[in-house]
Design a protein around this ligand. Structure first.
Ligand code: FAD
Length: 468
């Protein structure tokens, strides 16, 4: 919420610098709009086209209200690179592709997205005189504070601040090293790098509309043109990451019930143990006893962002790897804590990581010990996010329960008291769970030939060190 308010404050500053200002109205659009339509003599309403089910319902209501008041509406597509309806219409047989390969083919056939909109003029009209209006007649139309909207005062521990200005500076900084852009290759990159992350950390800015994906895309295309074919390509390139985003949105917009297992045609039906509050809460609160997993969940809680492969580790651990909880429950925790929490992208990736859809190599499980160790053998990342383990010798940092008592005492961290014992035995449960996945896959084949399993993309590379 703080990130959103920072973004609004920044937007207000940009508008004010152009002689206008932002007016913030609090309340449901269906309650507020009819009144301001009248009070402000509105004749044209513009808002961004949105494909999320919640937004679709809200926007349908607003469009109806606008029409009832004789107001012209304009809903440009700017949150995605392309108009998703156009992509569906251009798909073979009018059916959106269900593989990244198919999606790339479709994108190649439609060409680059529209260029980003030009910068707004340096002078904008001032707000209408009557526009100093507030939803309930009392509140100010300024950007509210956290307290104004019922939250405790800002206690944010994240280094990522909201706003277009920060987004544009971050974009410029990320793309300033053109060689880095040209060589960018997912899933390479170190998930344990937290001071200077291995990827752009532009996701929160794309999510909140602080950064236009078309601007990002156009700058990438310009760099690739300079590099004359000497650059990585989708799906692993940086442009490929924007295409993953777009593909997630297309899936979200075209697959019914995309945010759940039941009634979702691409999602394998797997008998997860739901409502296992003890395991789910231990995972969410970083108390699994596996330092790599707990450090990642602590970074999520403190910073609202973690590297893609770190997300892989904890999502696999929660679902098919170790705890056998449902991907929907993990998705909901991410939805609550991620700065970039995004309805379509989050559900897409959770289905991928739980091998419920898009990815079928369920037997490739991330080890909560070996996977992190290959990137950060000294456990610097763990020591930073879990200071209780900061004096644990390198040898035991990924498996502190194996440290002799004398070592634990010297490190002032007794396992089982100061830091938890492992909540499950990975070597045992991962095998059991793989067996359960095998059964679910076999049942799926027999029972439902409509389930689509797609292999491809960054995570389906050959097994790497740390896969178990
Ligand atoms: P970069 O590597 O710099 O990529 C640039 C942009 O491409 C990102 O900002 C993002 O918009 C897009 N992108 C990158 N990877 C993916 C991907 N795998 N799928 C779709 N778009 C991608 N990303 C979100 O934005 N919101 C989420 O809610 C979200 N939930 C996730 C849940 C799980 C379980 C996993 C494994 C991944 C999730 N991701 C999510 C995808 C990805 O991890 C993040 O987009 C990425 O780590 C953001 O960091 P970045 O901006 O530095 O990415």
């Amino acid at each position: 919420m703080q990130f959103l308010l920072e973004s609004l404050t920044d937007l207000n500053a940009s508008l004010t610098a152009r002689g206008s200002s932002l007016i913030v109205l609090q309340g449901k659009p269906s309650d507020i709009f009819p009144k301001i339509f009248k009070d402000w003599s509105i004749n044209r309403l513009c808002f961004e086209y949105d494909t999320e089910p919640y937004a679709k319902e809200r926007d349908a209501e607003v469009l109806q209200l606008a029409s009832a008041h004789g107001i012209e509406t304009h809903t440009p597509v700017s949150h995605t690179l392309y108009d998703l309806n156009m992509l569906v219409a251009k798909s073979p047989g009018g059916k959106a592709p269900l593989t990244m390969k198919g999606f790339e083919k479709l994108i190649d056939s439609v060409g680059n997205p529209l260029p980003p909109a030009p910068d707004p003029p340096s002078k904008l009209p001032p707000p209408a005189p009557g526009a100093k209006y507030c939803g309930d007649g009392n509140k100010q139309s300024r950007v509210p504070s956290l307290v104004d909207i019922g939250y405790p005062p800002d206690q944010a521990t994240t280094p990522f601040k909201g706003g277009e200005s920060v987004a544009l500076a971050r974009l410029a900084d990320s793309l300033s090293d053109k060689d880095w852009v040209a060589k960018f290759e997912k899933p390479k990159g170190n998930p344990a790098h937290f001071v200077k992350p291995a990827t752009t950390v532009l996701s929160p800015y794309l999510k909140f509309g602080c950064l236009s994906p078309r601007l990002f895309h156009s700058q990438l295309v310009a760099i690739y043109a300079e590099k004359k074919g000497k650059h990585t390509v989708p799906p692993v390139s940086l442009r490929g990451q924007l295409l993953w985003r777009e593909f997630s949105y297309l899936c979200g917009a075209s697959i019914k019930n995309f945010d759940r297992m039941e009634g979702n045609i691409v999602c394998r039906q797997i008998p997860w143990k739901r409502n296992n509050i003890e395991l789910l809460t231990a995972w969410e609160e970083g108390r699994t006893g596996y330092p790599w997993i707990d450090a990642i969940m602590t970074q999520l809680k403190k910073q609202g962002w973690m590297h893609h492969l770190a997300r892989h580790s904890v999502a696999c651990f929660l679902t098919r790897g170790d705890l056998w909880c449902s991907w929907e429950e993990g998705r909901d925790v991410f939805d609550k804590l991620l700065l970039d929490a995004d309805w379509a992208i989050n559900s897409f990736n959770w289905q991928w990581l739980s091998a419920s859809a898009f990815f079928s190599q369920y037997f490739r499980v991330y080890s909560p010990i070996a996977f992190g160790k290959q990137y950060d053998p000294k456990g610097t990342y763990i020591r930073h996010f879990l200071p209780v383990l900061k004096d644990m010798p390198d040898k035991y940092i990924y498996e502190p329960w194996t440290a002799p008592r004398s070592v634990q005492e010297a490190a002032r961290c007794i396992i089982g008291k100061d830091y938890p014992l492992p909540i499950v035995d990975h070597s045992v449960v991962s095998k059991e769970n793989t067996g359960k996945m095998k059964i679910a896959y076999a049942a799926g084949k027999e029972g439902d030939d409509k389930v689509v399993v797609i292999v491809g993309g960054p995570s389906s590379k050959k097994p790497r060190i740390g896969d178990e």
